[in-house]
Design a protein around this ligand. Structure first.
Ligand SMILES: *[C@@H]1O[C@H](CO)[C@@H](O)[C@H](O)[C@H]1NC(C)=O
Ligand SMILES: *[C@@H]1O[C@H](CO)[C@@H](O)[C@H](O)[C@H]1NC(C)=O
Ligand SMILES: *[C@@H]1O[C@H](CO)[C@@H](O)[C@H](O)[C@H]1NC(C)=O
Length: 502
């Protein structure tokens, strides 16, 4: 989902979650490799499926020869492969050149979007898991040993317990009178299924656990978390019910976002959720923080299970979000709600006591959507007219004119080259009341995504006075553009003939 990607990159630009990746192709050729024995297995389209099918556990790196991050990883990955080749059982590390035309189908199948992408394939490739570990040899080895070992480790002593109960992470522990039976098996299935995202343990003795009823004999599942109630017990053993229990109880009522990396896995989870997103931004150092937190928490509690997720972000860590939404620091504390169709709702300078009623108004459909817009300019008398989000309808759709509209970004070099040409085009239509040449800063104004497809800058659209909307992808000379406008503008005669057709 595109929105999620934008989000995560916005919020987490400052930090590295799984390490850097290369985006798209750039030059730089790879050199030939040395002759020494390689532990990393090379796979390609001709043998990938067959080879993977033979393995219960295999790690595959998708790389591109030109990618610098891949080159940096290569010696570490090779070293890890050599160490893990003597593991019991051995762990196989493989690589696929995803840049190679013939291998692209495999890369697509595994949803490779950047390089390097590392996947763990289990059971002959029938279960695919994202590699979320470090990128140095020792880190890779430790992570893969854990991933290839049992999904849940037994807690036999208080030391075992304290070594796996991490104060920042989610831990799911099964308490059983004995390690057998269908309930235990279902717990094991759960651990197997969610092992990439959570830690699992099992024990015969609840007294070893740091929190909760220590006399419980089980079977029960106790989830430890670093927020809200700190632990939750569950006694159903249907696998799907267990999965749902873990996913739901491991989501904070209010997700916190600041520069502290311990919150980031939960922030990722927040943005990956399909829910509508409510975000309260404020300065976490303000005196009113506690008042905001408790009121916001109450509201979040109230809407639990209603497809609305709550996040509280510190302004200091949220510059990306502010830019994206066109928000200003003097507007904090503020709440912004974003729905999945991209609509936004904004309450500026909110006070703790206003949160509940505003969110209720939003839920009841009584809040008008918020649109990011620069102010409508008071004077707009240059040849190329300035359009902003708030004047887009009036100038482009309701003016009854033929409008050529440029979507630009202030930093874009091609836009700067185009500017004098558009000026000339505009000048040549100066005495033609039916034609408008206009521009909009697409970074400072919300563009209706269902109307315009703006993926790069500059993007040019032409809307004729009769309502034809065309994307202009012709040449960038004055003559090309003028010819296009002349050809596609609605003339009175055309309009007449259309009416006759109707
Ligand atoms: C797969 O095929 C490629 C190209 O023919 C070859 O280099 C590679 O060694 C093969 N891998 C295996 C495991 O057979
Ligand atoms: C174990 O899980 C399966 C599949 O979800 C379910 O049908 C079964 O009832 C569960 N067993 C117990 C004891 O809950
Ligand atoms: C947040 O508040 C603290 C204390 O009042 C202040 O020192 C800091 O500059 C503020 N941060 C921002 C980003 O406004």
């Amino acid at each position: 989902m595109a929105l999620v990607k934008v989000w995560i990159s916005l919020f987490l630009t400052v930090f590295t979650i799984t390490g850097s990746i290369c985006g798209s192709a750039s030059a730089e050729e790879s050199e030939s490799e040395s002759e020494s024995k390689e532990f990393v297995v090379t796979l390609d389209h001709s043998n990938f499926t067959e080879f993977v099918a033979k393995h219960k556990f295999i790690v595959v790196e998708f790389y591109a020869p030109w990618c610098g991050h891949c080159k940096k990883l290569a010696p570490e990955y090779e070293k890890a492969a050599s160490i893990l080749s003597t593991n019991d059982p051995p762990v196989v590390l493989a690589k696929v050149d995803a840049n190679e035309e013939k291998n692209k189908a495999i890369a697509t199948e595994f949803e490779v979007r950047g390089f390097p992408t590392i996947k763990i394939l289990r059971y002959g490739g029938s279960v695919v898991q994202e590699y979320k570990g470090p990128r140095d040899a020792d880190g890779i080895v430790a992570y893969l040993k854990k991933q290839s070992g049992p999904a849940s480790s037994e807690i036999k002593s208080a030391e075992d317990a304290s070594s796996i109960v991490d104060s920042d992470k989610i831990l799911v522990v099964g308490v059983f009178p004995e390690f057998s039976g269908e309930k235990f098996e279902n717990f094991t299935t759960l651990a197997e299924r969610l092992r990439a995202d959570y830690d699992f343990g099992h024990t015969l003795d609840a007294k070893l656990l740091p929190r909760g009823d220590s006399s419980a004999a089980g079977p029960l599942v106790r989830l430890f978390k670093p927020f809200d109630e700190l632990f939750v017990d569950f006694q159903e053993f249907d696998v799907d019910a267990l999965v749902k229990f873990v996913e739901e109880t491991s989501t904070p009522t209010v997700t916190l976002f600041n520069k502290d990396p311990k919150h980031h896995p939960f922030v990722m989870k927040y943005f990956n959720s399909p829910n509508v997103k409510a975000m309260l931004f404020l300065n976490f150092s303000t005196e009113q923080f506690d008042a905001f937190q408790s009121k916001y928490h109450e509201v979040a509690q109230l809407y639990k299970g209603q497809d609305l997720s709550f996040l509280m972000g510190d302004v200091e860590a949220s510059q990306g979000a502010f830019q994206y939404f066109g928000l200003k620091e003097e507007q904090v504390p503020l709440i912004i709600i974003q729905t999945n169709d991209g609509q936004k709702y904004l309450k500026r300078n909110v006070e703790p006591d206003q949160i509940a009623s505003w969110v209720k108004d939003f839920k009841d459909g009584n809040v008008q959507p918020y649109k990011k817009s620069e102010p409508i300019p008071e004077v707009n008398n240059e040849p190329v007219k300035v359009v902003v989000a708030d004047s887009l309808q009036d100038i482009v759709f309701n003016s009854g004119k033929n409008v050529l509209l440029e979507f630009y970004a202030p930093w874009c070099g091609h836009c700067k080259n185009l500017a004098p040409i558009l000026d000339e085009v505009a000048a040549s239509f100066q005495n033609d009341a039916d034609v408008i040449i206009a521009k909009i800063d697409a970074t400072a104004n919300d563009i209706p995504p269902d109307t315009f497809d703006v993926k790069g800058y500059p993007t040019l659209y032409f809307r004729s006075s009769t309502g034809n909307l065309l994307n202009y992808d012709g040449g960038r000379t004055k003559e090309d553009i003028i010819n296009f406008i002349q050809k596609n503008r609605a003339t009175v005669a055309k309009e007449d003939s259309r009416k006759e057709e109707l």
